[in-house]
Design a protein around this ligand. Structure first.
Ligand SMILES: [Zn+2]
Length: 896
C-alpha cells in the first residue's frame, strides 16, 4: 500500500475497499448490459412487425462519446471512421478543443477524398457539434438543417449555415461554438468570409424586434449590427415562426419573409451570452476576425471591474427569487427566499432520496398541511430549480406554537398528529436535506450549513485522537467505556496498520456520535476539551435575532430565575393573546409603546437599517422575551403569565455573558456595552451609506438633465435614434462622479453592513463567550409547491395515437370532427405502398382492397408496407411533408 504518511487524513477514499466496490460496479454494469440486450431483443421483434417507421431499433448502442458520435452521424459519414481519432484527441484535449480539431480534420479529409465543398463542410460541422453535445442530442442532425455556399455581392463565395429549432437543446455554448467551428472549417477549405448587405443586417434586427418567443437574451439593435456584420459565416435558417417581416421580408440570401427562430437563438443565446467561452478559444487558437466577440465577452467584465474599483466584495449568500415566479393559486409557498421560518439547509442524502430530490422530516410534511407528500414536486431556491421530496428521519422536524403558547418541536408524524388541533402557527419548517452533489450538478457554489450533529461528530472524530481523549470523552459524557464502539477514531494515520479497519472504526464512531444527545454541561465541557462548537439544541439561531432587541433582552434576563431546570421569566408573557396570530399581518407595522407589548415593558432600540425595529410583528404579538425565545428556537411554555424556557436557555445565558449564581443569572461580561458599541457603529455606517445613496441620486438627476438637453439638441439636428442615444449618454458621462466623500469610510461602512447581514450578532457572542460558536441556521432554502398533477395521466380516455389533423378538428382538435369533413388536407410525408403501389401517408397502406368491380371493400385494407420516397423538387419534404388529401372518414371506419 502507498505510504500512509503521504495520504491526506481527509481523503474520502481512505480505507474504502475500492477493489471490491469496483468489482461490484462491474457486475452491476454487466447485469445492466444483459437486461439491455433483452430489451433490445424484444424491441427488435416488435419493430420487425412493420407497424413503425423503421424496421429496426434506431437507437444504436455505443460505449463512449467517440463511438456514439460515429453511430449518431452514420448517415452523414458514409462509412468514414472517426471514433478512433476522437478517442485520441479526447485523451489529450478537452471536449471543446476536440470538437474544433475534429471538425476541421473531418472536413479536410472529406474534401481530399473528392467530396464537394458543401458536403465536406456539412459533415465536419455535424461531427463538431456532435462532440460538443456528447452525441446524445438530435441537435447535430436536426439542429443544422442545411449548409450552403452562397455568393457575396462581390462574387466571392461564402458559407451559410441554416440553424433550426432543435439547436436549442444543444445549449448556448454549443450553438456559439458551432459558428466558430464553421468559420474554422471555411478557412481550412478556402471559402471567403461573409460580407452582409445592409438589408441582411436590418433583417436580423427586424426579426429580433418581432420575435415573440422566449429568449434568454435579446440583444439591442446595435449589438445585432456588430455581430451580423462581423461574423465571418452567415447564421441563416428557415422561417419557422408565423410572423412575417414587413420591412425586410425579401432580402438577398434569405428565403421567405418569416422569422427564423434558429438564427435568433444562435445569435442571442449563443454568441451574445457565451461570448467569453468563444473568446477563450479564438484567443488560444489565434483565429483572426473574431475580435468582435471580445466586446461582448468583456461587457459583463467591465461591470465587475467597476465594482472592483470599490474594493468591496459582499459575503452575502445571494437571494434567489426565481422559484417564486408563476405562483399558482392554491399552491402554498413554504418559505420566501432565505427567509427565517423556511426550511433550514442540511447536507446529506437519505436512502429514500434520489437525484434532484430532497428529504424532510415526516412531521414537516404533515405540518405543511399535507401539501408535501412523498414525491411532491417543489420549486426551490437553490441549488436547482425544482426537486422531488421524500421523508427521512435525519432531518429535524418543525417548530410550532400551540394555542396555549407552548413552543415545541415535533420529530415524528405521530407526535405531530396527536397535537395537530392545538397548533396555532408553524414557526419553522424544520430541515431540508440536500446532497452536496446537487450543488455540483447544478454548477452552484456551496452555501454554509448549520452546525449540527453531523459537524459535531466530524469534529469529534478527529478530536478523539488518543486513549486519554476517549477516556475524557467517557467521563464528560458520563458513558460506560464498554458501550463505546471499538478503537480510537482520530489516531494519527501512521499509527494504523490497516486502513480498512480505520475506515470501519470511524464509521462506527460517527454513527455513535451523531446519535448522542449531550446535556448542556457535557456539551460545554466537550466544546472546551475538543474545540467543538455546540450541536442543537444548545446552539440558538443567533443570526435571526435582531441586534436592536439585545439591550432589552439582556435587561429582561437580569430579572429571570432558574426553577426546576428551566429559565423562568416572571410575567414574561403578561398580556399575551393567541388570537393575534390569527390576524393577517398589516402591510406596515405601527410601533407601539413598550407598555402595550406583551411581557415586560422594556423600550426596544429603533431600527438601524430599517424605520422600525426588525421583525416588529414578532414583538407586537409576543413581546421581547417570548419573541426572542421564538426567534432563537428555544423551546418553552407558559405558566400563567410566566414564560418558562425549557431548552437551550443555558446557551442563551452563556452567549450573552451570564453565569448562574444559584437560581439567578448574573452578568459576568459587560455584554450590554458590547452590543451598544456595535449598534452605534452600525448606525454610523447606516448614515454614511444613506448619504452616498442621496449623493448618487443627485448625481443621476444632474446627469439626466444634461442627457435630455443633449438629446433634444441632437434630435433637432436630425440625428437618428441610435445617434441621439449615444450623444445623450456621452453628455451624461461628462458630468463627473467624484465618488463618496470619504471613500475609505464608505468602504468600511459597506463591509460593516455586509458583515452584519452575514453574521448578525454571532461576532459579539464570540467576543463575550470563550466557547466556539458557529451558525446554527445560516441559510434557509425558500421553496413552494410545484404542480404534481402535471405528472399524472390526465387524458380521458387516454391517448393512444397521434394523427396530424392540423386545425380541422375544431378548437378541441377532435378527430371525429375532422372526419366529418370527409376529405382531410394536411402536410404529411409521401410514402408509396410496396403491394399496390399507391401513394399513402401511412406506414401500412390504408387503401381499401378492391372487389371484382374495382370498388373498395369497406373494412378490408391493403395493409402493405409503405416506403418513404423523397421527391426531388422539394428538398424539405422529408421533414415537412407535403400537402395531401386523405379520406379520414374511411380511414376511421376501416380501423373499427
Ligand atoms: Zn397498398
Amino acid at each position: 500500500m502507498p505510504g500512509a504518511a503521504e495520504m491526506q487524513i481527509h481523503d474520502p477514499l481512505l480505507g474504502v475497499d475500492v477493489e471490491r466496490l469496483e468489482r461490484e460496479m462491474e457486475n452491476y454494469q454487466e447485469w445492466m448490459d444483459q437486461r439491455t440486450e433483452e430489451a433490445y431483443n424484444i424491441a427488435s421483434q416488435a419493430r420487425a412487425k412493420g407497424l413503425d417507421h423503421s424496421l429496426e431499433v434506431e437507437i444504436p448502442r455505443a460505449s463512449d462519446l467517440a463511438s456514439r458520435t460515429e453511430k449518431l452521424l452514420v448517415q452523414y459519414l458514409e462509412g468514414a471512421k472517426v471514433a478512433d481519432d476522437i478517442r485520441q484527441l479526447l485523451a489529450e484535449f478537452d471536449r471543446e478543443t476536440t470538437a474544433i480539431k475534429m471538425a476541421t480534420m473531418v472536413s479536410k479529409r472529406f474534401r481530399e477524398n473528392g467530396y464537394d465543398l458543401q458536403k465536406s463542410i456539412d459533415v465536419g460541422l455535424r461531427v463538431g457539434l456532435a462532440i460538443l453535445t456528447e452525441a446524445v442530442l438530435v441537435a447535430p442532425l436536426e439542429g443544422i438543417s442545411e449548409v450552403k455556399l452562397l455568393a457575396n455581392v462581390d462574387g466571392t463565395q461564402f458559407l451559410s449555415v441554416n440553424f433550426a429549432g432543435p439547436i436549442r437543446a444543444a445549449g448556448g455554448t454549443a450553438q456559439a461554438l458551432a459558428v466558430l467551428i464553421a468559420d474554422m472549417i471555411r478557412r481550412e477549405l478556402n471559402v471567403d468570409a461573409y460580407k452582409p448587405t445592409d438589408g441582411e443586417v436590418e433583417r436580423v434586427k427586424e426579426e429580433f424586434g418581432l420575435y415573440r418567443g422566449g429568449l434568454q437574451y435579446r440583444p439591442p439593435p446595435e449589438e445585432v449590427d456588430t455581430i451580423v456584420r462581423a461574423c465571418p459565416v452567415m447564421i441563416n435558417g428557415e422561417g419557422d415562426q408565423d410572423i412575417e417581416c414587413a420591412g425586410y421580408g425579401r432580402v438577398r440570401n434569405i428565403e421567405g419573409a418569416r422569422i427564423r427562430g434558429g438564427v435568433l437563438l444562435v445569435i442571442g443565446e449563443g454568441l451574445c451570452l457565451k461570448a467569453p467561452k468563444v473568446q477563450r478559444h479564438t484567443e488560444r487558437l489565434n483565429v483572426p476576425g473574431w475580435d468582435f466577440i471580445s466586446t461582448f465577452a468583456n461587457k459583463n467584465k467591465e461591470k465587475t471591474k467597476d465594482e472592483k474599483s470599490n474594493k468591496f466584495k459582499s459575503r452575502k449568500v445571494p437571494r434567489i427569487s426565481k422559484f417564486m415566479d408563476d405562483i399558482i393559486a392554491g399552491r402554498p409557498v413554504f418559505g420566501a427566499p432565505l427567509e427565517p421560518g423556511g426550511f433550514r439547509l442540511r447536507y446529506g442524502r437519505a436512502r429514500t432520496s434520489g437525484l434532484a430530490a430532497a428529504s424532510c422530516n415526516a412531521a414537516s410534511m404533515a405540518a405543511m398541511n399535507d401539501f408535501i407528500a412523498v414525491g411532491t414536486q417543489m420549486k426551490i431556491e437553490r441549488p436547482g430549480k425544482a426537486c422531488a421530496i421524500t421523508p427521512c428521519d435525519i432531518a429535524e422536524g418543525p417548530w410550532v406554537i400551540l394555542r396555549d403558547g407552548t413552543f415545541k418541536q415535533f420529530n415524528t408524524e405521530d407526535a405531530y398528529r396527536k397535537e395537530e388541533n392545538e397548533i396555532k402557527m408553524i414557526w419553522d419548517n424544520g430541515e431540508i436535506v440536500l446532497g452536496y452533489g446537487e450543488f455540483m450538478e447544478n454548477n452552484k457554489n456551496l452555501v454554509p450549513s448549520g452546525y449540527n450533529h453531523d459537524w459535531w461528530a466530524a469534529d469529534l472524530l478527529d478530536g478523539l485522537d488518543s486513549e486519554q481523549a476517549v477516556e475524557d470523552f467517557c467521563r464528560i459524557m458520563v458513558i460506560e467505556k464498554a458501550t463505546l464502539p471499538d478503537g480510537i477514531p482520530g489516531l494519527p494515520l501512521n499509527q494504523y496498520e490497516d486502513m480498512h479497519r480505520r475506515f470501519k472504526i470511524r464509521r462506527d464512531w460517527r454513527d455513535f456520535l451523531i446519535a448522542q444527545k449531550p446535556n448542556w454541561d457535557s456539551c460545554k465541557e466537550i466544546a472546551v476539551r475538543f474545540s467543538t462548537s455546540l450541536p442543537p439544541p444548545h446552539n440558538p439561531w443567533w443570526l435571526d435575532l435582531p441586534i436592536e432587541w439585545l439591550p432589552a433582552l439582556i435587561q429582561a434576563i437580569e430579572t429571570a430565575t432558574v426553577r426546576d431546570g428551566n429559565l423562568t421569566f416572571i410575567d414574561g408573557v403578561k398580556g399575551w393573546n393567541a388570537q393575534l396570530m390569527d390576524e393577517l399581518r398589516p402591510e406596515s407595522e405601527v410601533v407601539l409603546d413598550s407598555e402595550n407589548l406583551p411581557g415586560p415593558s422594556i423600550p426596544i432600540e429603533d431600527g438601524i437599517f430599517t424605520d422600525i425595529p426588525p421583525m416588529y410583528w414578532v414583538l407586537r404579538m409576543h413581546g421581547i422575551v417570548k419573541g426572542s425565545a421564538l426567534v432563537l428556537g428555544l423551546g418553552h411554555h407558559h405558566d400563567g403569565d410566566d414564560l418558562v424556557i425549557t431548552t437551550g436557555w443555558q446557551a442563551l445565558l452563556e452567549g450573552l455573558g451570564f453565569s448562574l449564581n444559584g437560581r439567578a443569572p448574573i452578568k459576568i461580561e459587560n455584554s450590554e456595552q458590547i452590543f451598544r458599541d456595535r449598534i452605534d457603529s452600525l448606525r454610523k455606517a447606516s448614515k454614511i451609506l444613506e448619504d452616498e445613496i442621496l449623493r448618487k441620486g443627485d448625481l443621476e438627476k444632474k446627469r439626466s438633465a444634461v442627457r435630455i438637453a443633449a438629446e433634444t439638441n441632437a434630435r433637432q439636428r436630425g440625428c437618428g435614434i441610435a445617434e441621439t442615444d449615444r450623444i445623450g449618454n456621452d453628455a451624461a458621462r461628462e458630468v463627473a462622479d467624484p465618488g463618496p466623500k470619504n471613500p475609505e469610510e464608505y468602504l468600511r461602512s459597506q463591509m460593516l453592513e455586509d458583515d452584519h447581514q452575514v453574521d448578525g450578532i454571532i461576532s459579539q457572542i464570540r467576543q463575550i463567550s470563550r466557547l466556539r460558536w458557529e451558525h446554527s441556521a445560516p441559510v434557509r432554502i425558500g421553496c413552494r409547491m410545484g404542480r404534481p398533477e402535471k405528472s399524472a395521466p390526465r387524458e380521458k380516455p387516454t391517448v393512444h395515437s397521434l394523427f396530424p389533423i392540423a386545425l380541422s378538428g375544431g378548437n378541441q382538435r377532435l378527430i371525429s370532427n375532422a372526419a366529418d369533413q370527409k376529405d382531410l388536407r394536411v402536410q404529411m410525408g409521401i410514402r408509396f405502398c410496396s403491394v399496390c403501389g399507391k401513394k399513402s401517408p401511412m406506414i401500412n397502406c390504408h387503401h381499401r382492397k378492391l372487389d371484382s368491380h374495382g370498388e373498395g371493400k369497406p373494412g378490408e385494407v391493403c395493409g402493405g408496407r409503405t416506403e418513404l420516397r423523397i421527391s426531388t423538387e422539394n428538398e424539405n419534404s422529408r421533414r415537412r411533408g407535403e400537402l395531401q388529401t386523405i379520406r379520414l372518414d374511411n380511414l376511421l371506419e376501416d380501423a373499427r
